[in-house]
Each structure stands twice: as C-alpha cells, then as structure tokens.
Design a protein around this ligand. Structure first.
Ligand code: ADP
Length: 444
C-alpha cells in the first residue's frame, strides 16, 4: 500500500511539474517573442525618423559616411533598394550579399508598408526575427535580431526542472510514509481489538468491511469453541459405556457373578456396546455432514415413498413401545439425497416413538403445501418444555438425559436432522406442548 501511494503521488507530482514547466515556458516564450518583435518595430521606426537613409539615398559619398555611424551591435540593420539590391548592412559587406527581393518580410514591406518574419538560424538553437519597413523613397529598411528558440529555452530549464522534481519526489516519499502510517493506524487498532465489539473505525467507508471481519472472527471463535465442546462431549459420551463394559467384564473376570446375574451382566455389556455403536455411527454421520465439500448424490425422489418405507421399518419398534404408528399423505417430489432423507425421517419417527407415552400415537404425514413438499411427524408424547425447544437441535443436548440413554438415544439425532435440512435448504419448525405431544415439520 505504501509503495502504491508513493508511486501514485510521485506520478502525480511528475505530471504536475512537467505540465507546469511546459506551460510556463510556453507563456514566457510568447511574451518574449512579442517583446522582441515590438523592440524591432520600435528600432526600425526610430531609424526611419532619423531620415538617415532617405538622405543617404543616391549620394555615393555621404551614404557610407552617415551610415557608418550605425554600429554593428546586437541589432542588424539592412537597407535594401526597391529592386532587392542590398545597399547597406551594418554586419556584412554588401558586395557579398545576394538580392533580397525573395525574402518574405521584404515582399510584405513592398506590398503593405511593413513586413515580419522569423527564420531558424544555422545554429539550431537560435532564431532570427526580421522586421522590414518601406521608406518614403521606395527603399526598404530591415532590422533583425537573434533570439533563442523555445527548445533551447526548454533545454536550459531541464536542470532546474530535474532539481525541483527530485525535491518534490522526496517530499512525496515522506508524505506517503506519514499518510500510510496515519491511514493504517485506525485499521491496525481494529485488527488488534477484534474481540472488542465497541471499537469503532474512524473511516465510515470501511465500517462494513470491519463488521464482516469482526463477524468472521466471531464465527471462527464460535466454531473453534463448538469443536472443543463437541470433542469434550464425545469423549465423555464414549467414556460412560466403555467404563460400564469394563466394570462388568471385571466382575466376570473375578468370578464374582454367576447364574442369572451373569445373564444380566451380559445384557448390560450388549446394551452398552449397542450404545457405543450408535454413538460412533452418529458421530461419523455428523462429521460426514460437516464436510460440505463432499459431492452430494442429489436426485429427484418421492418424499412420500421414502417416509412410507421408513415408517414400515419402524413399526415393530413402535409396537415394542406400545405406540401406534400411522402414515398418510400424497406423493411429493423433491431433489435430494435419498439416504440422508431416510436418515432424517428415521431420526424424527424414532424420537416420536421413544419420547411417547404408553398407548401413545405417532402420525407421519407427507403433502405439498404452496408448492413446497413437507413432512410432518406428530406424536402424543411427553412434549418438550418451551424454553428448551431451540436447544434440542444442539449436539448432545437432551431434555431428559436418563430417558434418552435408556431408550438408546445419543443426543445427536436432531443435530443430524438439522444438518440434513440445511443441506437441502429445508426449513424446520417445531411445535410442542409439555405432556401433550410434539410436532416437527420439515418444509422443502
Ligand atoms: P436423543 O438421541 O437423545 O433423542 P435428539 O437429538 O434426537 O437426541 O433429541 C434431543 C432431545 O430432544 C432428546 O433427548 C429429547 O429430550 C428431546 N426430544 C426429541 N424429540 C422429541 C419428541 N418427539 N418428544 C419429546 N422430546 C423430544
């Protein structure tokens, strides 16, 4: 950023310096030209007014005598006869000079009374300015002087421009340094205090960006915390059945039990192993769902027939819990991963049976509402306290721990349901009355 600001400031400064230098030189040179031409005009008029040329015309002796007083200084004076013959030149011997009738300033003077022209000199960096004036006797008086060309003026200005440029560039580097430091300080402060929600950024324009970074930071922290909690919960959940299995095995090893007690212990070991297995299965399932990048096998499926199969499979489980199970509805097409949908329905119906009452009822219903396929699993069970309705979808959250364990729950069923619903962009709504029952609806 610092480098970019420095480069940009430098480029802007260079453009400013070059255009200013060009502009000033051009304006100065125009003024200078006007001045030179005015001076020439003035000089020619003064010379004409002295009448030295009119007097000298045709007087062979007097001509040189009077004119020789005109010194050859910066101003070159040429006197030309109306046929173009050079009668006098204060700089050169006239005998060597060619006819001047073709010179533009002479032609203009003969025609209009006065004429001007500028010609490049042999030396590249000088120009000659000419001014010619027609005298009363028909001869032409021409004055000229040499002045520098605009290129030579510019070339001579280059060292000054260079020195100014270097100075300004140094100022830009210094300015860029302070500018970036001042610009960056508030941003760095926000970065250092990401945990402080009240730190406000001085720049209003960057507020959405800072908010985004802050919320991402919070999400990262929350994700890290939830991973930590999950690992701690998993370890704890795995430890309980393993400790039980190990304890029962120790009893057998020490031959403390016999007969019926042995059967009881074997049953306990099997139940704990089953629990361990379902826990591991659910953890694997969740970690697979967590990998969003995995390709999903989405296809067009019928929610009704998936749910129907699932309900049929759970009939004997419902019977064992003295719960009646009914299924109804219409065909409802969805684009989904059928294995996941089955898993979701299975978890919902199992919960409805497990958290039910003796002779309770579970009703599964599939239909299409406002163009959306929905499935509803409604039971006449124990219900969920209103203040815990949101929490039951959290991993390992159980309303009644012992009942969940007794019935083979892992505390992960609804977390899996929530995950599967998210993958399919489906909405979950839950309705429950304590002691009366629960209804969970998934809207695709
Ligand atoms: P679990 O394996 O313990 O059933 P879930 O994630 O499936 O775990 O459910 C979380 C908790 O929500 C359960 O322990 C139970 O307390 C409560 N719950 C879930 N479904 C129902 C239901 N249909 N009726 C009453 N309580 C329920």
């Amino acid at each position: 950023m610092k480098k970019k600001i420095n480069i940009r400031l430098g480029v802007i400064a260079l453009i400013a310096i070059i255009t200013t230098a060009l502009g000033v030189t051009l304006a100065y040179y125009n003024l200078f030209q006007v001045q030179v031409r005015n001076d020439l005009k003035q000089n020619a008029k003064l010379l004409m007014e002295t009448e030295v040329f009119q007097n000298a015309y045709g007087q062979a002796d007097g001509k040189t005598e009077a004119l020789n007083h005109l010194s050859s200084g910066n101003l070159r004076i040429t006197w030309i006869d109306e046929d173009g013959t050079v009668l006098f030149d204060n700089d050169t011997d006239v005998t060597g000079l060619s006819n001047h009738l073709d010179r533009p300033e002479i032609q203009q003077a003969l025609k209009f009374g006065e004429g001007e022209s500028i010609r490049k000199s042999d030396t590249m960096n000088m120009s000659t300015f000419y001014y010619a004036l027609l005298l009363e006797n028909g001869t032409v008086l021409r004055v000229s002087t040499q002045a520098r060309t605009i290129t030579s003026v510019l070339v001579s200005a280059i060292p000054v421009i260079l020195v100014i440029s270097i100075f300004i560039l140094l100022v830009c580097i210094l300015l860029g340094h302070f500018l970036t430091r001042n610009l960056m300080r508030p941003i760095e402060e926000v970065a250092e205090n990401l945990d402080e929600p009240n730190t406000t950024l001085v720049y209003k324009e960057l507020e959405p960006f800072a908010d985004k970074i802050r919320s991402q930071h919070e999400n990262i922290l929350a994700a890290a915390k939830s991973r930590q909690d999950f690992t701690a919960n998993v370890s704890h959940e795995l430890k309980t059945p393993i400790t039980a299995i190990s304890g029962y095995a120790e009893l057998i090893e020490n031959q403390i039990v016999d007969g019926e007690a042995e059967i009881h212990i074997a049953k306990q070991i099997r139940q704990n192993s089953d629990r361990l297995l379902s826990l591991i299965n659910d953890i694997i399932q969740l970690s697979e769902l967590d990998h969003n990048e995995l390709p999903r096998k989405f296809e067009q499926v019928d929610l009704y027939s998936i749910a129907k199969d699932c309900v049929e499979d759970l009939r004997s489980f419902a019977d064992s819990k003295s719960v009646t199970l009914s299924f109804d509805g219409t065909a409802a097409g969805i684009t989904a991963d059928p294995t996941l949908i089955r898993e979701m329905v299975d978890n919902l119906v199992q919960n409805a049976i497990r958290y039910n009452k003796e002779n309770g009822h579970v009703q599964v219903f599939v239909t299409i509402e406002n163009g959306h396929s929905i499935i509803s699993v409604k039971d006449t069970g124990i219900g969920i306290p209103a203040d815990q309705l949101d929490r039951v979808f959290e991993r390992f959250y159980r309303v009644d721990k012992s009942r969940s364990r007794e019935t083979g729950g892992t505390g992960l069923g609804l977390a899996i349901v929530k995950h599967i619903a998210e993958i399919h962009s489906a909405e979950i709504s839950i309705n429950s009355t304590l002691g009366e029952g629960t209804e969970i609806v998934i809207n695709f």
